[in-house]
Design a protein around this ligand. Structure first.
Ligand SMILES: NC(=O)c1ccc[n+]([C@@H]2O[C@H](COP(=O)([O-])OP(=O)(O)OC[C@H]3O[C@@H](n4cnc5c(N)ncnc54)[C@H](O)[C@@H]3O)[C@@H](O)[C@H]2O)c1
Length: 258
């Protein structure tokens, strides 16, 4: 699809991978709308991009009413949607049993699933409904693309990552069936599974944790840049033949148990 002609929704666009995605999509000519719980951060991204080309709504992606209200604000500002990128997410840690062999509180597991997995589906389903109303674009007759954010933890979850890995494994699992469900409408669905990316989420971890994570990266031996994620989003939107795929963006890391 020709990104210049598009309106893109980016969840979590106030920070990290979402913010860089907004910047790269805007640089490629798209108009960008953000859903983020952190209104201040989202407003700052919009200010950087320019209010004629960007907008935001304060949305909790795991809440149905909040997401529906966000889509009303998007429609009022831009009237249509071509690209949906789900970057909103939380990183949680907790072993199934703690040091005293006490079970992880169920609410901690459920919250991670609700934000990362249910939140992504909640936004994607309404995005697809809006995209279905688009006129087909270009030679391929595309109506839209949905890109969800998984993680390498979907495949190699570390100690304490039961909930996080389950939430990201769910993203991987729903990629192909979503692409199949939406194929007849010309809407593609892909997921990106980042490795260790230099965002506030990662840089908030203790130094020793960051160092041991980087040690497992093969090449280039550094954290991924948020811009590299944003660039991949722009490529996925532009390349009509990539569909139903989960792409690792990870410098060939294979995470170890810790
Ligand atoms: N940084 C990494 O190394 C890495 C690796 C693999 C996967 N990921 C995934 O990439 C995505 C983005 O991560 P990041 O590193 O940019 O994180 P980040 O913490 O920098 O940004 C996340 C953004 O999502 C927003 N958010 C959180 N919960 C929300 C909710 N319920 N509703 C709406 N907005 C919400 C936050 O306000 C924030 O602006 C996440 O899904 C994360 O799991 C990150």
């Amino acid at each position: 699809m020709d990104v210049k002609q598009t309106v893109a929704l980016v969840t979590g666009g106030g920070s990290g991978l979402g913010k860089a995605t907004c910047e790269q999509l805007a640089a490629a000519g798209a108009k960008v709308f953000i859903f983020d719980m952190n209104a201040e951060a989202a407003a700052a991204t919009v200010k950087d991009l320019g209010e004629d080309r960007a907008g935001f709504a304060q949305v909790n992606v795991s809440d149905e009413a909040s997401v529906l209200a966000g889509f009303e604000a998007l429609k009022a500002k831009f009237g249509k949607l071509n690209i949906c990128v789900n970057c909103a997410g939380i990183a949680t840690a907790g072993k199934i049993l703690d040091r005293e062999n006490k079970a992880l509180p169920l609410a901690e597991f459920s919250k991670t699933i609700n934000v990362n997995l249910v939140g992504s589906f909640n936004v994607a389903r309404v995005a697809a409904e809006l995209m279905a109303a688009n006129e087909p674009m270009g030679e391929a007759g595309e109506r839209g693309i949905i890109i969800n954010t998984a993680s390498v933890a979907a495949f190699e979850g570390q100690l304490g990552q039961c909930a996080y890995s389950a939430s990201k494994g769910g993203i991987v699992g729903m990629t192909l069936p979503m692409a199949r469900d939406l194929a007849k409408l010309g809407i593609r669905v892909n997921a990106i599974a980042p490795g260790i990316m230099g965002t506030p989420m990662l840089l908030a971890m203790p130094d020793n944790v960051q160092e041991s994570l980087v040690a497992n990266i093969q090449f280039p031996k550094r954290m991924g840049l948020p811009k590299e994620y944003g660039d991949l989003v722009v490529h996925l939107a532009s390349n009509s033949y990539i569909n139903g795929e989960v792409i690792r963006l990870d410098g060939a890391i294979r995470m170890q148990p810790r």
